[in-house]
Design a protein around this ligand. Structure first.
Ligand code: DLL
Length: 435
């Protein structure tokens, strides 16, 4: 496997040197937010610290955390650290309730974002000879424009098709000879399924890599998508508050996503608010080191994952984050058992005969929580007998019990009947919240 780096100096920098870069950048960002963002100045004053107390990463725990509600309290622009006239782009993430979370970028921020997405493109072996179909949504969501600027930066030909209109996506993919696809994994699955339905065989396509993220997915889903689309499917992570896609990106080793540590300082925080070591699972937290528009100190993503500093075969020295298990607020508690949709996905995909399309319905009967997992049958199973269906149902119930530790009711559905996603999939309906 060939290793190409977009920015070899930074991507393969020895870790001690990288730490020195972080130390300097951390001192700088702390000074900038102290001087320019009243929210941070007050927080630091309350803690009795000034920028002079922060000498480098070793002092990170002295700094305050930032939570999503802090951004909401400072809606829309009070977290900006530069005059509004310096802001050239505003994105926002919708969230489920209330006002959106806003992010502002200076032109320097947009430039750095393009650089980090360019690194991501190179991780996926995407360069100037490629045709990149960007099927993430364009708009306030950062996926479309983030991928777009990165692909342009490496000199690829970009197709800004945005999400949706699946049949048209396939036509363009075939006619234009797209070699890379950027979208959510659930939409990639949707496209793969539509290919089969339209009778388009893989030899009519030139697709070779996929840059998929914006929602949790499993290793099983990776294998499925890779097989169905004949590509290398790589995981990309990010969030609008911190930048957008490209905060971290997987290389061809497919063993975790490199967090671009010269721009973001990651920490894993435990339930007691203390930093955890590499390998331990907790809340991923970022300090942005180079953002000017809206720098953030110790922003709690509430994405649960681990970090590792073990060397990666690709030669990049930046730490890797494992797959995001889920957000702490996506965790379902069913009769006291904590379960993430990604664990349910993993359990379902251990059983042959079902398609990786599922919905989770949580409800309450009396005082007891109930969980129903609706899963689609593989089209090849349709001719089978009721007895076969019962066996399949039992296997799924057992797999859910052993892999996700839940006692679920399984409902087998006809192929193609569950809702398909064009962006981030919504796989959970929690009826308890309505009661
Ligand atoms: O989803 C940015 C993005 C766009 C990332 C395209 C990757 C690709 P938000 O809408 O602000 O931004 O949502 C951020 O999505 O906190 C995670 O919970 C989740 N997320 C993002 N990437 C991944 C991933 C974009 N690779 C939230 N795996 C984050 C799991 C992810 N979850």
């Amino acid at each position: 496997m060939e290793n190409r780096y977009w920015n070899p100096t930074m991507e393969t920098m020895p870790r001690e040197q990288l730490r020195a870069v972080q130390d300097e950048r951390l001192r700088d960002v702390v000074r900038r937010v102290y001087e320019n963002v009243p929210f941070y100045r007050h927080k630091m004053q309350q803690l009795g610290i000034t920028p002079g107390d922060i000498h480098g990463v070793c002092d990170i725990e002295k700094l305050p955390f930032t939570e999503k509600h802090d951004l909401r309290d400072n809606y829309p622009f009070d977290m900006f650290a530069v005059p509004r006239s310096e802001i050239v782009r505003i994105h926002a993430s919708s969230g489920t309730t209330g006002k959106p979370t806003v992010a502002g970028y200076t032109s320097g921020d947009i430039d750095r974002w393009a650089e980090l997405m360019a690194r991501a493109m190179y991780c996926a072996n995407v360069g100037k000879n490629d045709i990149v179909q960007v099927a993430y949504g364009y708009g306030l969501f950062t996926g479309g424009l983030g991928a777009h600027y990165g692909a342009e930066r490496v000199g690829a030909s970009v197709i800004p098709i945005s999400g949706g209109n699946t049949v048209r996506q396939l036509m363009i993919m075939e006619d234009f000879g797209s070699t890379a696809l950027c979208c959510t994994p659930s939409y990639a699955l949707n496209l793969a399924e539509a290919l089969e339905k339209e009778g388009i065989s893989l030899d009519r396509l030139k697709l070779k890599s996929g840059i998929f993220g914006a929602e949790p997915w499993t290793e099983d889903m990776r294998k499925h998508i890779e097989e169905k689309l004949g590509i290398d499917a790589l995981n990309v992570y990010g969030l609008s508050e911190v930048m957008g896609p490209g905060v971290a990106m997987e290389c061809m080793c497919k063993n975790g996503m490199h967090v671009w540590e010269d721009h973001f300082l990651p920490e894993i925080i435990g339930e007691d608010g203390k930093g955890l070591s590499y390998g331990q699972q907790g809340d991923l937290t970022f300090t942005t080191l180079t953002k000017h528009g809206m720098p953030l100190l110790r922003y709690r993503t509430h994405d649960l994952c681990t970090l590792t500093d073990e060397p990666c075969d690709c030669g990049r020295t930046h730490v890797r984050m494992g797959r995001v298990m889920g957000r702490t607020d996506d965790m379902l508690i069913i009769r006291g058992v904590n379960v993430f949709p990604s664990q349910i996905e993993h359990a379902l995909m251990q059983v042959e005969g079902v398609a990786p399309q599922y919905q989770i319905v949580v409800d309450r009967q009396g005082i007891l929580d109930t969980i129903e997992v609706q899963v689609e049958l593989n089209p090849s199973m349709m001719s089978d007998t009721i007895k076969d269906m019962e066996t399949l149902e039992r296997k799924l119930v057992n797999s859910l019990a052993s892999h996700a530790l839940i006692n679920a009711h399984v409902k087998l559905c006809q192929p193609g009947t569950l809702p398909r996603s064009e962006g981030k999939a919504n796989r959970v309906t929690d009826k308890r919240k309505l009661k």
